[in-house]
Ligand binder design. Structure first.
Ligand code: DON
Length: 308
């Protein structure tokens, strides 16, 4: 068992130490609603399998889940489809920016993995095609995982993404042209933008993903969220692709399955221990939060959390 005595003190120290890095990043502005978020904010939370939560900074403040929503969508899709899912989306790192189009054309409309935008849009297609109300089903899943009935999608962010989603629309129509999208593209995009617009806090996010640190079982309720095999598979994909084309560097420095979002959050899974969620809006050129990267790297080092 890893040491959690005075973890709150350690989190406060790491957060204060990392705050000067705000100025090294830039808040995402390609979605206008995200550009309005105040940059100098930060939080970190650690949820452990025995039900404890440790945090520092604005850990109860909501932010935009963005690409971290791809984890929840993927788990829902894996629960609906068997191995046929992996014929429509692969599990290899892309080595490209998260919204890149070029590789998708070369590879006949089959996304490299489910956590780049093309892959997540493909997963959104699975959800739209298998749920009568996929947007509600997504929120219900998150409410079940967090135990928080008020989790919601921020309408302003949702509409802002819909209005400025031309690149994602291009990815979706390209996949449709290869026959890899079943539903109508506008409906698939609406689902995808809606799940990205989910508002959540660091404490809620850390708790929600405990099942990935616990072989698919949510430890707080003992509920089976996914199979042990699928928990392994999601963690494998997060380890190789979750931090986009900075995934290699993150594995090299930190050594944990992780996922970032342009809302400024990063979540890292520590198998058999718990989940770390950190948030701060300014991003580096890869789209990963500068402060959250630093806090998670240092925490992993101080507690010896690397899987490698
Ligand atoms: O598709 C988009 O552009 C956003 N809704 C999500 C992107 C995102 O968070 C990428 N993450 N680093």
């Amino acid at each position: 068992m890893k040491q959690t005595a005075n973890l709150t003190g350690l989190l406060q120290r790491l957060l204060e130490h990392s705050r000067p890095l705000y100025s090294q990043g830039k808040v995402a502005d390609y979605i206008p609603a995200l550009a309005q978020v105040a940059p100098q904010q930060a939080a970190v939370a650690v949820a452990t399998l025995d039900g404890k939560i440790f945090s520092a900074g604005a850990a109860q403040q909501n932010f935009s889940l963005q690409s971290i929503s791809k984890i929840f969508g993927l788990v829902m899709a894996m629960n609906r489809l068997s191995d046929e899912l992996w014929q429509r989306v692969h599990m290899e790192p892309s080595g490209q920016p998260f919204n890149s189009i070029v590789q998708l054309e070369w590879e006949q409309g089959i996304p490299r993995n489910p956590v780049i935008n093309a892959g997540a849009i493909l997963v959104a297609d699975v959800l739209v095609s298998h749920y009568s109300a996929s947007k509600t089903a997504f929120l219900t899943f998150l409410r079940r995982l967090t135990g928080v009935e008020t989790i919601y999608a921020d309408q302003q962010v949702y509409l802002s993404e819909l209005e400025h989603g031309n690149r994602n629309a291009a990815l979706a129509y390209l996949m449709k042209s290869f026959g890899n999208i079943e539903a109508e593209v506008p409906q698939v995009l609406e689902h995808y933008f809606h799940q990205c617009a989910t508002a959540i806090s660091c404490e809620q996010l850390a708790r929600s993903l405990l099942f990935l640190a616990n072989r698919g079982v949510q430890p707080l309720s003992n509920e089976i969220i996914c199979s042990r095999r699928d928990a392994h598979r999601v963690n494998a994909i997060l380890s190789t692709s979750g931090m986009y084309d900075q995934s290699g560097e993150f594995a090299f420095k930190v050594g944990l399955p992780a996922k970032s979002g342009v809302g400024g959050a990063i979540v890292a899974i520590v198998p058999q221990f718990g989940v770390i969620a950190a948030w701060s809006p300014p991003l580096n050129p890869y789209g990963n939060s500068v402060v959250a990267m630093q806090v998670i790297s240092q925490l992993a080092e101080e507690l010896g959390l690397s899987l490698f």
